[in-house]
Design a protein around this ligand. Structure first.
Ligand code: APR
Ligand code: PHB
Length: 390
């Protein structure tokens, strides 16, 4: 088989890139290790920057997002028994974010791809990438006991942190940067109305908590938990009790409890691999970088990588120009690092760190107090939260 762009991974990065390229008549094949059901079973964050929404519009995959997504013009920081609202819209000249689950984004993009009759090969095992440092790259994979080969012009490595793309690059050609945080997030989904109409990020002596939502009747909550904690140790009752203890009384009183239908623990890390291009292989999204979820930037960064790569490939096919694909790595990384910094800062300011003790707690409280009372500091948070320019 032959295609123009071989995309590895059918997460949001791969699907969005495929959809955008489809709109300009560039052929793609997606190779995905898991089944469609498995990809759709993953629960991830759900805050979209306006630029991400615009890109989904350009991909003609934003109809349900506009019908069901919730525009949010502010968020709250909770500390010292109070909620402090950050008015994103007022501080950024009218920008907002849209709350819409990543699973739904993936679903919409998959439906569009199916409707357009574009090829996704699910359950493709042992994907191997070859000759991407030359003119004629190709991939092989196994399916139903048979090995297949796909030739292409370029490979887009959209296969997440554990994928094969980054691992195919010789180690000496990559520089990686990593920070590990000594705690995790325990997340719960429940069919109950959210405690507040906006997101609440809480700093508390017992640890961080977040009130988020998927809709007006479905809530997503998180509490910081010790590294190595197991989900089995957290009954629903223990979770709801711990969540309410970390929120201001008034917010805690608004928490409606109910049975959880998803509960999982995610580790927190920052990770960046540089550069994002190796000959005819590009790294995109989680394959190249991971941020802790505190700033809700993971999916938005994947989308900004896709935007730069899509415009580069468009210029290559339309105008035979290499300028866009040559600039891809540098442009994408500049935006990635700003979001890595923002996510690290939000994480550092809001979580309880085992080694900083009461001194660390007071420093955080001072920073939060300054932040919510200084228009300049609030603006810096708001600008980053709604998404920096491309
Ligand atoms: N071969 C083929 N497919 C693979 C392989 C492989 N060897 N390894 C991984 N994959 C697939 C995974 O099964 C997954 O469906 O690649 C896909 C990668 O998807 P994501 O991990 O969702 O990564 P990405 O599309 O870059 O999305 C970034 O996801 O993790 C969140 O916070 C992150 O929101 C961000 C978004
Ligand atoms: C979520 O709704 O899952 C969510 C929202 C905001 C975050 C992280 C996760 O910062």
């Amino acid at each position: 088989m032959r295609t123009q762009i071989l995309i590895v991974g059918s997460g949001p990065s791969g699907l969005l890139l495929g959809q955008l390229l489809g709109t300009i008549g560039v052929e793609t094949v997606i190779l995905e290790r898991s089944s469609r059901e498995h990809v759709l079973g993953r629960v991830r964050a759900g805050v979209l920057e306006q630029g991400t929404v615009e890109l989904l519009e350009e991909a003609d995959a934003a109809a349900r997002l506009h019908a069901e997504g919730l525009p949010h013009s502010g968020i709250s920081l909770a500390f010292d028994q109070r909620l402090h609202r950050i008015d994103l819209e007022a501080l950024t000249g009218g920008k907002h974010v849209t709350v819409y689950g990543q699973t739904e984004v993936t679903h919409d993009l998959m439906d569009k791809r199916d409707a357009a009759g574009l090829t996704t090969i699910y359950e493709a095992a042992n994907v191997t990438l070859n000759d991407f440092d030359g003119e004629a790259p190709f991939a092989t994979y196994d399916k139903d006991g048979v090995t297949h080969r796909i030739d292409c012009d370029f490979i887009a490595g959209c296969d997440g942190y554990h994928g094969v793309s980054r691992k195919s690059v010789p180690e000496r050609a990559l520089k990686t940067f990593e920070r590990h945080y000594p705690f995790g997030w325990l997340g719960v989904l429940a069919e109950v109305p959210p405690a507040d109409h906006e997101l609440v990020y809480a700093n508390h002596e017992r640890g961080f908590a977040l009130c988020s939502m998927r809709s007006t009747h479905r809530s997503r909550y998180y509490v910081q938990c010790p590294e190595g904690d197991r989900v089995e140790a957290w009954s629903d009752d223990r979770f709801w009790d711990e969540l309410r203890r970390r929120l201001p009384e008034q917010t805690a009183a608004g928490v409606v409890t109910g049975p959880s239908f998803e509960k999982s623990i995610a580790p927190l890390r920052s990770f960046v691999a540089e550069p994002l291009r190796f000959g005819r292989l590009f790294l995109v999204g989680d394959a190249a970088h991971i941020v802790p979820p505190t700033g809700a930037k993971g999916l938005n960064l994947a989308a900004s990588d896709v935007r730069y790569l899509f415009t580069g490939l468009r210029d290559y096919y339309r105008e035979k120009s290499h300028a866009g694909i040559d600039a891809y790595s540098g442009k994408a990384l500049a935006r990635v690092w700003k979001a890595v910094r923002f996510s690290w800062w939000m994480t550092t300011m809001l979580h309880r760190f085992p080694d900083t003790g009461d001194f660390g707690q007071r420093i955080q409280e001072a920073e939060l107090d300054y932040l919510v009372h200084s228009r300049a500091a609030s603006t810096a948070l708001a600008e980053n939260y709604v998404g920096l320019p491309y």
